[in-house]
Design a protein around this ligand. Structure first.
Ligand code: SF4
Ligand code: FES
Length: 275
């Protein structure tokens, strides 16, 4: 196969970027999209040119490192597939592919197709954990988990943090990601003790990072490689509002009017401090 790749090239966050067109010959239809970029980069290096920067690690669809837009679709045209798992047989010989990085304020560009997704890490750090006693491992049956809860938690836990949902959303919302990270803990008995405060802290951090609000458009689930269901966003909103009410005397929320209406008090803590 022969492909024409039109790739966004940008040296640094502050430099101006532009599309550069490359022709790649001898593309094997069994190659992945990333292997196709490897072939291009070998050509560029042989010619003394700067190789295209892109992220990858596992190349098995499980780590969430890879991801960029292909012809305007996050992770490309194949449903439930990361770019590292997308093989070239899904494209036509001679086709032109336009590759662009995720574009979102909370994902500042680093170089070419690589963006800084540490905002996701900070959302996790704000509350995506459970507190457990250290010591020997508890007996497997010590805490019984209903099958339906286990299945729903597992579905949400499949999120690999790739960021495609943000890139596809017209609002650049991280609601599907944050909802998945809140739901997979909140559904399980082990995650119940911190359920309220977790939702408040993670949603507060999500808003502080500059992600847009969710308006239920649903573009996120169309591109999610792990098919995270939209119900996690509803679960996040339920946990957030319930938690805001229960914790109204102890914590702050980013919904200042809601807080002030419900408690009559002003914000007590800077929402950016993570307290
Ligand atoms: S919800 Fe889906 S698209 Fe969003 S970060 Fe998780 S795996 Fe990626
Ligand atoms: S490189 Fe790990 S999911 Fe693509």
């Amino acid at each position: 196969m022969r492909l024409t790749l039109k790739i966004w090239r940008q040296q640094t966050r502050s430099a101006s970027g532009k599309f550069v067109t490359y022709s790649v010959d001898n593309v094997n239809s069994d190659m992945s999209m990333l292997e196709c970029l490897d072939v291009l980069n070998e050509q560029l290096i042989e010619n003394g040119d700067d190789p295209v920067a892109f992220e990858h690690d596992c190349r098995e669809g499980i780590c969430g490192s890879c991801g960029f837009m292909i012809n305007g679709i996050a992770h490309g045209p194949l449903p439930a597939t990361t770019v590292c798992q997308l093989t070239m047989r899904h494209f036509r010989d001679g086709q032109e592919l336009v590759l662009e990085p995720w574009r979102a304020k909370a994902f500042p560009l680093i170089k070419d197709l690589v963006v800084d997704r540490r905002s996701f890490d900070r959302i996790i750090a704000a509350g995506g954990y459970i507190s457990v006693s250290t010591g020997s491992a508890p007996d497997g049956n010590a805490i019984l988990v209903p099958k339906e809860s286990a299945d729903r938690a597992m579905d949400a836990a499949a999120c690999i943090g790739c960021g495609a949902c943000v890139a596809a959303c017209p609002n650049a919302s991280a609601a599907l990601f944050t909802g998945a990270k809140i739901a997979h803990l909140g559904i399980l008995p082990q995650g119940k003790p911190e359920r309220d405060i977790r939702a408040i802290r993670m949603v507060t951090q999500m808003n502080a990072e500059g992600f847009g609000g969710c308006t239920n458009i649903g573009e996120c689930i169309g591109v999610c490689p792990k098919e995270i269901p939209l119900e996690v966003i509803a679960a996040m909103n339920r946990d957030y509002f319930r938690g805001s009410w229960r914790e109204r005397d102890n914590v702050v929320t980013t919904l200042r009017p809601f807080t002030e209406w419900s408690t009559g008090s002003k914000l007590k803590v800077d929402p950016h401090s993570g307290n």
